[in-house]
Design a protein around this ligand. Structure first.
Ligand code: PHE
Length: 442
């Protein structure tokens, strides 16, 4: 059977935006921003997006489009045996990340399903503690993986592309609707001030790691998902315009996430309360439910359902890209797709079990450990592209990135960025992330 390809250009752009826009945008970005100095953090974040995020994103897309193979064979074909372990590393990373991502995806589903029920509305703040750890969390983790398996099992052009074509417009409508509601609340400006008032005093070394880690996580860089999605493109499709569009859409949606969250917190006097300070997860699952319950009536229910529906849609369109990385590798070996999704889905489910049962474990896995893994993988991608690609493939990587691009083309300077700036910056970030990791271990 010939390898699958995207049906349309808009289809793969939506798939990439779907992968990028996830829990990271709506839960994590607003929280990290308010914690690290508001607009000062946004400024640093934007620099991270344009200076290292988009170049790395284009690098991954180029590698996938060039090889038109899964991650493992991309590094094997383009780099030789010595680079194959990097491809395998990416497969391990996505399997691990999906383990915890899907537990949180399961929570969003619990809130959507039980959003109407009295158990939820009677105690909106305490509800989280009764469902986030234990058998209910486990069951919905399984359901969430099952849904992801169903979409990915149908394939790229028949499953993933049709799914994102429905999910992304839905996501946009829900997000815009919520933003309009939030911004018209009486204390909206207080919320925005809390979110964005610049405070350069908060900017420390850790702020740069937080910005870069968030940019990478949010744009799905360092997971092999971009390599995988690009491998279903035609070789003359444009990379740079589409890549930049994905980066901008992702950043815009993350900023908009804050415009939904903070005015709501401000309007219901939840800013700075312990629930709202308990990580982004606390804001989404502890503090905002209180806001929806206070609004009450059918409006409260509708707003709550739309908010958790939004989180759910964002999570599914991301998780399909996590599963596809490994599935693409297994199916390229000639194993049928449905068998591949079942095997990998089962492994991801098993890995998620301990995290569905213990919130502390989930915190640990989704924090410093994930940052170390994705920054580490990206460091080796930069090293490969900057120092090995040209010699081995006998072609200029920048020219290959520019293939198919219209007006927006990268200059020869970009190879120097990839060769010298990227590895140094990534190594420094990785070092700091590792210190954080060791800290978290203690
Ligand atoms: N970008 C996603 C988010 O912001 C996370 C993710 C990374 C999802 C890689 C899939 C693949 O939540």
């Amino acid at each position: 059977m010939p390898r699958d390809t995207w049906n349309t250009r808009i289809g793969y752009i939506l798939a990439m935006v779907g992968s990028a826009v996830g829990l990271g945008n709506i839960i994590r970005f607003p929280f990290v921003t308010s914690e690290h100095g508001g607009a000062a953090f946004v400024a640093i974040y934007l620099v991270a997006v344009f200076l290292i995020g988009i170049p790395m994103l284009l690098a991954e897309l180029m590698l996938g489009r060039r090889s038109r193979r899964n991650v493992v064979d991309t590094f094997l074909d383009l780099g030789g045996k010595a680079w194959k372990p990097l491809g395998l590393f990416f497969v391990l990373v996505v399997v691990f990340v999906m383990g915890w991502y899907s537990v949180i995806g399961g929570w969003t589903l619990i809130y959507v399903v039980e959003g109407f029920s009295p158990t939820f509305w009677d105690d909106p703040a305490g509800y989280f503690f009764t469902v986030s750890e234990g058998y209910k969390a486990l069951g919905f983790h399984a359901l969430f993986i099952g849904l992801t398996i169903g979409i990915v099992g149908l394939g790229v052009s028949r499953g993933i592309e049709p799914a994102v074509t429905v999910l992304l417009p839905l996501l946009a409508v829900m997000l815009l609707g919520l933003a309009v509601y939030s911004l018209t609340l009486p204390d909206a400006t207080d919320g925005i001030r809390f979110y964005l008032a610049p405070d350069f005093g908060e900017v420390r070394g850790g702020t740069f790691v937080a910005a870069a880690g968030q940019a990478f996580f949010s744009m799905s860089i360092g997971f092999g998902t971009l390599i995988t999605y690009a491998s279903y493109m035609k070789r003359d499709s444009s990379l740079s315009e589409d890549g930049v569009a994905v980066g901008l859409a992702d950043t815009g949606i993350a900023l908009l996430g804050g415009f939904v969250v903070f005015p709501l917190l401000a309007a219901f006097a939840l800013l700075g309360t312990p629930a709202a300070a308990d990580g982004g997860i606390g804001v989404a699952f502890l503090a905002l439910p209180v806001a929806f319950a206070t609004i009450g009536g059918s409006l409260g229910i509708v707003l709550g359902l739309v908010f958790f529906g939004l989180l759910f849609v964002a999570a599914v369109s991301s998780s399909i890209s996590l599963l596809e990385v490994g599935v693409s590798w297994i199916t390229d070996q000639g194993i049928p797709r449905w068998r591949a999704v079942a095997i990998l889905g089962a492994v991801m489910f098993l890995l998620g079990i301990p995290m569905a049962l213990s919130g502390a474990l989930l915190d640990f896995a989704s924090g410093a450990l994930t940052d170390v893994l994705i920054l580490g993988g990206s460091f080796f991608v930069a090293l490969f592209l900057g120092w090995f690609y040209q010699k081995r493939m006998n072609e200029d990587p920048v020219e290959e990135m520019n293939r198919g691009s219209g007006r927006f083309r990268l200059g020869t300077w970009s190879i120097y960025i990839i060769r010298f700036v990227m590895p140094v910056v990534l190594l420094a970030l990785l070092g700091i992330a590792m210190l954080d990791f060791v800290e978290a271990l203690r």
